[in-house]
Design a protein around this ligand. Structure first.
Ligand SMILES: [Zn+2]
Length: 282
C-alpha cells in the first residue's frame, strides 16, 4: 500500500492508504491555517517578531527556494513585494515573464497566490494582469518600515510570502481524501518534498521534542523516497543559524557521537503549545 500524501509504502491489501504521520500532520496543517487566518485578519501589524505563527511560516518559507518546483513561489513573492513596495498597482504577464524565467505555466501558481489573497487576477485582451492586494502591500511595507532596505530583509519578507503561499498548498494536501484528489492539486501533483520536510520539522516539535538529529531526519525522509541531494540541501539550510538571512527555526546546532543535532528556537515550542490548546478546544 502507498500513502496518498507522502508516498510511504507498507504491506497491506489495499492499493492506497493514509499513513499515521500524514493523518496527524493534516490535522496540524488545518490548525495552522486557521490560526494564521485569524491572526492575519485581526492583527494590526504583520510583524513576525511578535506573531509566532507568522514566524513559523517565514522560517519554513526557505524550503521553497531549495526545490526547482517551488522556487517559482519564492521568485513570484519577491517580484510582487517589490512592485507593492513601489505602489505599482498592476503587473502584466509580460513583466512577469521578463523578471522570472520559468518553464512552468503561471496559471497554477497564480491561483495559489489568489487563494492567499495576495493578488487579484484580471484578463485583458487574453493577457493576464496581476493586481497586488492590500494584504501584500501591508506585508511589503511592514518589513521595510524601519528603512532597512537590505538584501536580508528582502529575503525575509519573500520567505514569509512564499511560506504563506506554501501553506495554501499544504492545506490542499491536508484536505486530500482519495488518490484521485491529486488531480485537483496545482500542477496536478503532490508537493511531496515540501510536505515531507515540513511534516518532519513540525510534527516533531508538536510532540514536545526540543530538537532532533540528522539521523532521525534522514530516516524519516528516506522512508518517503526523498533523494539524498534534497535532504542534504535542507540540512545545509538548517545549519545556517542566522535568523535574518535564511531561517530562524533552529537556535543551536551541535554534535553528538559525530551526528549533527538541532535545537528549535524558543518560539517553536510556544507556537506548538498554542496549536495543541486549539486542538483540545475543538
Ligand atoms: Zn503519509
Amino acid at each position: 500500500m502507498k500513502c496518498i500524501k507522502c508516498g510511504r509504502t507498507k504491506s497491506g491489501k489495499k492499493k492506497f492508504f493514509i499513513c499515521e504521520d500524514c493523518r496527524k500532520f493534516s490535522e496540524i496543517i488545518l490548525q495552522i491555517a486557521e490560526e494564521t487566518e485569524s491572526e492575519i485578519s485581526s492583527a494590526e501589524s504583520l510583524d513576525i517578531e511578535t506573531h509566532d505563527i507568522f514566524r513559523l511560516l517565514t522560517d519554513i518559507g526557505f524550503t521553497t527556494t531549495l526545490n526547482p518546483h517551488t522556487a517559482i513561489f519564492h521568485n513570484l513573492s519577491s517580484v510582487l513585494l517589490d512592485k507593492a513596495l513601489r505602489d505599482q498597482s498592476e503587473v502584466s504577464e509580460e513583466e512577469l515573464n521578463k523578471e522570472i524565467r520559468t518553464t512552468k505555466s503561471w496559471t497554477d501558481a497564480l491561483e495559489l497566490f489568489e487563494d492567499a489573497e495576495l493578488i487579484e487576477v484580471k484578463t485583458e485582451r487574453y493577457k493576464r494582469i496581476l493586481i497586488p492586494t492590500k494584504r501584500i502591500e501591508k506585508i511589503a511595507k511592514e518589513f521595510y518600515m524601519d528603512g532597512a532596505l537590505s538584501d536580508q530583509v528582502d529575503k525575509r519578507s519573500a520567505h514569509f510570502c512564499s511560506g504563506y503561499v506554501m501553506l495554501q498548498l499544504l492545506k490542499k494536501v491536508a484536505e486530500m481524501k482519495e488518490i484521485t484528489d491529486k488531480e485537483s492539486l496545482p500542477y496536478g501533483q503532490r508537493p511531496r518534498t515540501l510536505w515531507t520536510i515540513a511534516m518532519f520539522l513540525w510534527i516533531n516539535a508538536f510532540e514536545k521534542n526540543e530538537g532532533f538529529d540528522e539521523e532521525q531526519f534522514r530516516k524519516f525522509v528516506g522512508k518517503r523516497g526523498i533523494p539524498t541531494s534534497t535532504w542534504s540541501r535542507i540540512i545545509r539550510g538548517l545549519e545556517t543559524v542566522d535568523s535574518r538571512a535564511t531561517q530562524g527555526m533552529i537556535k543551536q546546532m551541535g554534535f553528538k557521537s559525530g551526528i549533527r543535532t538541532f535545537k528549535y528556537e524558543d518560539y517553536v515550542p510556544r507556537v506548538m503549545e498554542r496549536l495543541r490548546e486549539r486542538g483540545r478546544m475543538r
